[in-house]
Write a protein that binds this ligand. Structure first.
Ligand code: DSN
Length: 445
């Protein structure tokens, strides 16, 4: 059993003083305690979530939130920025080194604002952009009709082949020839296969388009050597930081040197005001952790565990989109007369298995009532689950999905989920040498 130190963030403090949260605001404290308990007793299978380490949480909750620091290190509009300059420089340097990028901007508050920053840096309002259709696995900011991206730019959507359910490069090339986009956006929230960055670069070059790799879902795998890097191919790369990267809830953007000034200006003052230096500190810690050998091991386990999950779901007779996974996520199309994603996700939650309902390629339902569910391995791998547990998780998921109204089965599954969580925590405690841990493991066996 390998522990991936992220779950250390679930530790709770027993010290209470007149200034601690428990005393000052018992209601917020109770909600945080409740959420901590939920995270310990249920299995987190939403592929875009993860457990940050105790060190990331500590930086995120630090006094650096005090400081106004509009501008960039050594070019601030406020005095007193020596320490936040040091932190932001560390974060930028570590991001560049981790990904081998020429320039990093660590101020975006999220993946969405990183994307907006890149659009502001590289496009004029009304420019044409190719992006992946949300139903095929894309992201809201890649041109969804309900998002700012499609209101400011003329987005044209590419999708996946209806049979293979993989990106249809013939279609991407044909759309590029027809629409001559200024930019092609590559990246997704629900695509379980490797992105062929080189193929996209070739298409972009054939029409003189810029290439943006929104690697939010796979950036951790890229950093950990478990997914090809877009850096050699893309003009810009963006990401959120709380997914496979296991950082705080935030974002960042990378680019080639020639776009550095435009990108920085687009983020500040173009888009945001004062940077969140406490979050930037947490991102610095995240980049540091992601550069360690243990993180590469974690990424290998994430991919291996997702593969086990996909294989198990397939062997249980479910339709796994594209027939499997190369990365951290598994998309399941629930074959039924009516869209069944919402009922399946709700039943799984009652069983302690936390997934999200999701649209699937060729979706006949809607985003709020779609035909699929999306699962992933990053958080549960951080928690300490290995291949054997993922096989069991797959069987439990399939059982609930087949019988979403069988409350007896759901309650039995929920009890087993709690046992599995307790066993993993106990094993982690043994590794950490916590007092009484071995006895707890023996009692759970
Ligand atoms: N909402 C995110 C996800 O769950 O994938 C994408 O930003």
């Amino acid at each position: 059993m390998t522990s991936f130190d992220g779950a250390g963030g679930l530790a709770t403090t027993s010290v209470t003083t007149s200034e601690t949260l428990a005393h000052v605001d018992p209601e917020v404290y109770a909600a945080i305690q409740g959420e901590t308990q939920r995270l310990r007793e249920t299995i987190q299978l939403i592929p875009s979530e993860n457990y940050p380490s105790a060190a990331v949480l500590e930086a995120n909750g630090s006094v650096l939130t005090t400081k106004y620091a509009e501008g960039y290190p050594k070019r601030r509009f406020y005095q007193g920025c020596a320490w936040v300059d040091a932190v932001e420089d560390l974060a930028r340097r570590r991001a560049r080194r981790l990904f081998g990028a020429e320039h990093a901007n660590v101020q975006p508050h999220s993946g969405s604002s990183a994307n907006m920053g890149v659009y502001f840096a590289a496009l004029e309002i009304g420019d044409t952009v190719l992006g992946m259709d949300l139903n095929a696995g894309g992201h809201l900011t890649h041109g969804s009709p309900v998002n700012f991206s499609s209101r400011l730019y003329r987005f044209v959507a590419y999708g996946v082949d209806p049979i293979s359910e993989r990106i249809d490069f013939g279609q991407v090339a044909a759309l590029a020839r027809e629409h001559r986009p200024k930019m092609i956006v590559v990246g997704a929230t629900a695509y379980p296969r490797v992105f062929d960055w080189a193929a996209f670069r070739e298409i972009a070059d054939s029409v003189g388009a810029l290439l943006l790799a929104d690697m939010a879902h796979v950036s951790g795998l890229v950093a950990g050597g478990a997914h090809p890097s877009p850096i050699p191919y893309a003009d810009f790369c963006t990401s959120s930081t709380h997914k496979t990267l296991r950082g705080p809830r935030s974002g960042f953007a990378l680019c080639r040197k020639q776009y550095a000034e435009a990108l920085d200006r687009a983020i500040f003052p173009g888009l945001q005001g004062g940077p969140l230096e406490h979050v930037i500190a947490a991102k610095a810690v995240m980049f540091h952790e992601a550069a360690r050998p243990a993180y590469r091991e974690y990424c290998r386990a994430v991919v291996a565990n997702a593969a086990v999950l996909a294989e198990t779901l397939l062997s249980e007779g479910l339709h796994v989109v594209t027939g499997g996974t190369d990365n951290h996520l598994v998309l399941v199309r629930l074959e039924s007369a009516e869209p069944a994603g919402r009922a399946a996700a709700a039943a799984l939650e009652r069983a302690g298995l936390i997934v999200n309902k999701n649209t699937v390629p060729g979706e006949q339902g809607t985003a709020v009532n779609p035909s699929g569910i999306r699962l992933g391995s990053p958080a549960a791998t951080t928690f300490g689950f290995g291949a054997d547990e993922f096989r069991e998780i797959g069987r439990l998921v399939a059982g609930v999905v087949r019988a979403t109204e069988d409350e007896t089965l759901i309650a039995r599954t929920g009890a087993r989920v709690k046992e599995m969580c307790a066993a993993v925590e106990a094993r982690r405690d043994v590794q950490a040498g916590t007092e009484g841990a071995a006895e707890r493991v023996a009692a759970l066996a």
